[in-house]
Design a binder for this molecule. Structure first.
Ligand SMILES: C=C1C[C@]23C[C@H]1CC[C@H]2[C@@]12CCC[C@@](C)(C(=O)O1)[C@H]2[C@@H]3C(=O)O
Ligand SMILES: O=C(O)CCC(=O)C(=O)O
Ligand SMILES: [Fe+2]
Length: 356
């Protein structure tokens, strides 16, 4: 059942000619540093580069919490097919999309970003979340023609799962952790990821609007595909908001809160957001990779000792998603056990930039 809240909140942004007050986040004179084009951007890492990829990934996780990858073996054909699926979905008439609306207590379906309830202004975007089989929602969207969508989603999820496993191996490997240290990472997995399609219509007043508000992902890692329109920005201490330029065929990798916990804060999750654009429609697809359900995530034993006690208590993915839905930017600190040691490299915790 479409929830009343999401259908009321979901304006048809494609037809609006002037930014409504409900969507005005800031004054166009605000300067948050994100127009600073001289700043370096997140690293681009070639996965074929056997010799250096692992160290570069470790360094990127420590210093940025994000990087782009090339030579990842996901075909351009599949990335294009996924993009086409997203475009087809968001081009449907609003009343059709609302047939697949996310219920107020659910995860999957069409609607405004889940974190919208924490903000007084609305975001200039719409989203569709796939968690488990997309079949039922696809049938509601295209009663006679849902197969193509489901086939592409299935293929995309399968390919992304393989890539995410490989990336997790590299990220943990750069910390000296092997797959044998993380038992649940080996062997078959089921239903441990979500797919988020985001659409950002062209916006009449982009400087005052917000596509997707600043957040960290409640994942181990996220693999993001953006179409050729920029909008994604990551926050970096000392630099402020840094734009991640779209590179054809490249994928953006974000460190999520669960890797932050697993690494005992060595790889902090990255604060990021999406801004919008006056002339171009932007589409992004996020593969949100988590641990198998039931598995408790806690700082890896190899990374803790007397001088480095575990900083977070064990949580399952579903517990953490619930915590995030309730506490949003305080979710990470709400599972925290102790204050960081003086001099410990996790400045976000004290900076007032929010996040755990
Ligand atoms: C598996 C996930 C991760 C979710 C919740 C659930 C499905 C939708 C994901 C997102 C996607 C958009 C940003 C975010 C912050 C949101 O509002 O919905 C994400 C959230 C999270 O990372 O917490
Ligand atoms: O659209 C983007 O670039 C960001 C999307 C995102 O952060 C998310 O889906 O979690
Ligand atoms: Fe995100």
């Amino acid at each position: 059942m479409p929830s009343i809240i999401s259908s009321e909140k979901q304006l048809d942004l494609y037809s609006i000619k002037e930014l409504p007050e409900s969507h005005a986040w800031r004054s166009s004179l605000d300067d948050d540093g994100s127009r600073n084009i001289n700043v370096e951007s997140i690293p681009v890492i070639d996965l074929n580069d056997d010799k250096f990829a692992i160290d570069r990934i470790g360094h990127a996780c420590k210093t940025w919490g994000a990087f782009q990858i090339i030579n990842h073996n996901i075909s351009q054909r599949l990335l294009n097919d996924m993009e086409t699926c997203g475009t087809r979905l968001f081009s449907l008439p609003m009343q059709q999309k609302l047939k697949a609306a996310r219920s107020s207590d659910g995860i999957a379906g069409y609607g405004v970003a889940r974190i919208s309830s924490f903000f007084s202004k609305l975001m200039w975007s719409e989203g569709f979340t796939i968690f488990g089989s997309p079949l039922e929602h696809a049938r509601q969207l295209w009663p006679h023609n849902y197969n193509k969508f489901c086939d592409v989603i299935e293929e995309y999820e399968n390919e992304m799962e393989k890539l995410a496993g490989r990336l997790m191996g590299l990220m943990l490997g750069s910390l000296g952790i092997t797959k044998e240290d993380v038992k649940w990472a080996v062997g078959p997995r089921s239903g441990c990821s979500a797919l988020q399609l985001n659409s950002y219509p062209a916006c009449p007043d982009p400087d005052r609007a917000m596509g997707l508000a600043a957040h960290t992902d409640s994942t181990i890692l996220t693999i993001l595909h953006q179409n050729n329109t920029s909008g994604l920005q990551v926050f970096r201490e000392g630099n402020g908001w840094v734009t991640v330029p779209p590179l054809r065929g490249a994928l953006v990798i974000n460190v999520g809160d669960l890797l932050h916990i697993l690494s005992n804060g060595l790889y902090p999750s990255v604060l990021h957001r999406a801004v919008v654009n006056r002339t171009r429609h932007r589409l992004s697809v996020a593969y949100l990779y988590g641990p198998p359900s039931g598995v408790k995530i806690s700082p890896l034993s190899k990374l803790v000792d007397q001088r480095n006690p575990p900083m977070y208590r064990p949580v399952t993915w579903s517990e953490y998603l619930g915590t995030k839905a309730k506490h949003f930017d305080k979710a990470l600190s709400s599972v925290r056990l102790c204050a960081p040691r003086i001099g410990f490299a996790n400045s976000k915790d004290q900076s007032g930039v929010q996040v755990g």
